[in-house]
Design a protein around this ligand. Structure first.
Ligand SMILES: [Zn+2]
Length: 545
C-alpha cells in the first residue's frame, strides 16, 4: 500500500509539469456562477493536468511559479474581431476619437508629413456623431489637407468611407457616378455597397504588410488578455497570413476563422481541422444581411425615426440569403451572419430555422451583433440553435444614436443580453475590433452596468438587460469558445483544456464596474507559456487585493 502510493506520487506529475500556485483564481462555471481556484498544474503539452483549490495540498511539479496572490482569469476570447484590420488600424492613420472635423484634418496633416512614401493614405475611425455639427466629412474637407495622393478614411463602423478627389480620380469615379444597389454616394462619402467602387482601386496589401499587421494585432490582443478570437470576414489573403504565422511558430492568439462569403469556398473548400497546436482553424463563412446603424444601413421593420423615408438596406432577398448560407452549410461550414436591424435579424432567424430543418442539430448558426431585435423574435433563437454573438461596448457607444435612429419607444430588444440568456439561447461576447477597442474589460464593465467607462448614464441604460459578472465572464470565455466549436479546448480552466490564462491587476469580483473597465493585464499565458508581460515601467498603480 505504502509502496503503491509512493509510486503514484512519483508517477503523477511528469518532470516537465509546471505549477502556478498562490493565485487568486476567478472564472465562470457553465451556469454563469463565479468559481475560485488557487493553482493550476500544467503538463508539458500546455494543457491543464488539474486545478487546485484553497483546501487542497499543493501538488508537486518540476517548476513552481508563485503568483503572489495576484488574480488569474481564463484567457478572454473575443467572439468577433477583425484581426489584420486591427493591425492595419494600428499601423495606418488612426482618427478614432476625433472630436471635430478640424481634429481629423490635423491628424491627416501630421500623418501625411510623417509618411511621405505612403502612396495611398489609408486609415479610419472617424465618427461624425462625436462632432459638434454631426455633419459627414466631404472630399473637399480632405482635399484641403492632401490633394496630391489618394486618401481613404473609413468610418468607425466600417460601413462608410470618405475619400479625397485624388482617390476618386484613381478609382474612376465622378460626382455623376450612380451608387450601386445597396449603397449611397454623397460628397466623397461612399456607404456600404458603394465602398466597393473605391476599394477596387486600392492596391492590395503585400504579404509582408499582412504579416506585419498580424504581428501587430497579436501584440495588441495579448496585451489586453485576449488569447482567442473569432476571426471574422477573414480574406483568403488573411488566411494565408495566418498560415504563414502558424508555420513560423509565431501564432500565439488562437484564431477561429470565418472566411468572407461563398467565394472563399473556392480557396478553402471545407472547414479545416485545428492546425499548429490548436492555434488556427477555418470554421465558418461570414455573410452580411444588412449595414450598420450609424450610416442608417441597418435594415429595420419600421422606418428610421430620424429618416422616415428609409428602413435601411436589405442586402439579400430571403431566397438569396438562404441559397448562399445553404451553399456554405452544405460544405460543412458554420455560418456567421451580420445582422443589426430588426428586419435583418428576423430574416436571419427564419433562414437559420430552415437550415436547421435541413442540417439538424449543433450547427451553431451565429448572428453577429444582434443589436436591434423585435422582442417577439428572441424566443426563436434557442429552438433553432442560434447563437447571439454580441458586443457589449456597442451598447455604450451607440445608445444615444440608437435613441435617435429608433425613437424612445422602440428600444425594447436592443442590445438585449439578459433577454437572450433568459430565452435559453447561447450568448458570445466580443468587441468587433477595430470598430471598438479589443480591450475586453470595458465590455465586461458595460455588460454588468449598462454604463460607459465614466458611469454614464446613471443607473444604466435599460438596466434590466444587465448581466451578472459570472454571466458576462461566461459569455467572454465559455460562450465565445462554444460559438467557435472550441469549448473542448479553451474557454475555461479545467483538466484537459489549454492553460490559456491571464494575470490581472485587480479582482473583478471585488471592484465596481468603472474600476473593472480599467483592469490592466500583467501577464498573458497561452498553452502554459508566458507570451506577453507588461513592461515594469507600466506596472499598475492600483492593486485590487
Ligand atoms: Zn465585424
Amino acid at each position: 500500500m505504502f509502496l503503491a502510493l509512493t509510486a503514484a506520487l512519483f508517477a503523477s506529475p511528469a518532470l516537465a509539469d509546471t505549477l502556478i500556485t498562490n493565485a487568486n483564481g476567478v472564472q465562470s462555471d457553465q451556469a454563469g456562477h463565479i468559481t475560485h481556484f488557487t493553482g493550476i498544474l500544467i503538463g508539458d503539452d500546455g494543457k491543464i493536468v488539474r486545478m487546485v483549490n484553497a483546501t487542497e495540498a499543493r501538488p508537486r511539479a518540476a517548476v513552481t511559479i508563485d503568483a503572489g496572490g495576484r488574480t488569474i482569469l481564463p484567457g478572454l476570447i473575443d467572439a468577433h474581431g477583425h484581426v489584420t484590420d486591427l493591425g492595419f488600424y494600428a499601423l495606418r492613420l488612426n482618427v478614432t476619437g476625433s472630436k471635430s472635423l478640424a481634429e481629423l484634418q490635423q491628424r491627416l496633416r501630421d500623418y501625411a508629413a510623417a509618411h511621405p512614401d505612403v502612396k495611398w493614405i489609408q486609415g479610419g475611425g472617424w465618427n461624425q456623431e462625436l462632432w459638434p455639427d454631426k455633419k459627414f466629412p466631404t472630399a473637399a474637407d480632405l482635399d484641403a489637407i492632401v490633394s496630391g495622393r489618394p486618401v481613404v478614411l473609413e468610418r468607425v463602423d466600417g460601413h462608410a468611407v470618405v475619400v479625397n478627389s485624388a482617390a476618386m480620380r484613381a478609382a474612376g469615379v465622378t460626382a455623376a457616378t450612380p451608387a450601386p444597389h445597396g449603397g449611397e454616394i454623397h460628397d466623397g462619402v461612399f456607404v456600404d455597397a458603394a465602398r466597393g467602387l473605391i476599394a477596387r482601386a486600392i492596391p492590395a496589401p503585400s504579404q509582408a504588410e499582412l504579416d506585419q499587421a498580424l504581428a501587430k494585432a497579436q501584440e495588441i490582443l495579448l496585451g489586453y488578455g485576449v488569447t482567442g478570437v473569432g476571426s471574422m470576414s477573414t480574406s483568403v489573403a488573411d488566411w494565408n497570413a495566418f498560415r504563414r504565422a502558424g508555420e513560423a511558430g509565431t501564432l500565439n492568439v488562437r484564431l477561429m476563422s470565418y472566411l468572407l462569403g461563398v467565394e472563399s469556398i473556392k480557396a478553402v473548400p471545407h472547414p479545416t481541422p485545428w492546425l499548429y497546436g490548436d492555434r488556427l482553424r477555418a470554421v465558418g463563412i461570414k455573410f452580411f444581411a444588412d449595414g450598420a446603424l450609424g450610416s442608417r444601413g441597418a435594415w429595420l421593420k419600421q422606418p428610421y425615426a430620424d429618416k422616415p423615408d428609409s428602413r435601411g438596406l436589405q442586402f439579400h432577398s430571403d431566397a438569396e440569403i438562404l441559397a448562399l448560407t445553404d451553399q456554405a452549410a452544405a460544405a460543412g461550414f458554420q455560418i456567421a451572419t451580420h445582422a443589426i436591424g430588426d428586419a435583418a435579424n428576423a430574416q436571419m432567424i427564419s433562414t437559420y430555422e430552415q437550415l436547421s430543418h435541413k442540417y439538424g442539430r449543433d450547427r451553431r448558426w451565429r448572428i453577429e451583433h444582434f443589436q436591434i431585435v423585435d422582442p417577439a423574435d428572441i424566443p426563436r433563437l434557442a429552438p433553432a440553435g442560434i447563437i447571439a454573438s454580441m458586443q457589449p461596448t456597442h451598447q455604450t457607444s451607440d445608445r444615444l444614436m440608437a435613441e435617435a435612429r429608433l425613437g424612445m419607444n422602440r428600444l425594447a430588444g436592443t442590445y438585449a443580453w439578459q433577454s437572450v440568456l433568459k430565452s435559453g439561447a447561447k450568448l458570445a461576447f466580443g468587441t468587433d475590433f477595430p470598430v471598438e477597442s479589443p480591450n475586453p474589460f470595458p465590455g465586461l464593465s458595460a455588460a454588468i452596468s449598462r454604463q460607459d467607462m465614466n458611469g454614464q448614464p446613471p443607473g444604466g441604460w435599460i438596466p434590466s438587460e444587465r448581466l451578472t459578472l459570472g454571466q458576462a465572464l461566461r459569455a467572454y470565455t465559455r460562450g465565445a469558445a462554444y460559438a467557435g466549436f472550441a469549448e473542448d479546448k479553451i474557454g475555461s480552466l479545467e483538466p484537459g483544456k489549454y492553460a490559456d490564462f491571464i494575470i490581472v491587476d485587480r479582482d473583478p469580483t471585488k471592484v465596481d464596474a468603472q474600476s473593472l473597465a480599467r483592469t490592466q493585464v500583467l501577464e498573458t499565458w497561452v498553452g502554459g507559456k508566458k507570451v506577453w508581460s507588461r513592461a515594469p515601467s507600466a506596472s499598475p498603480t492600483e492593486r485590487g487585493l
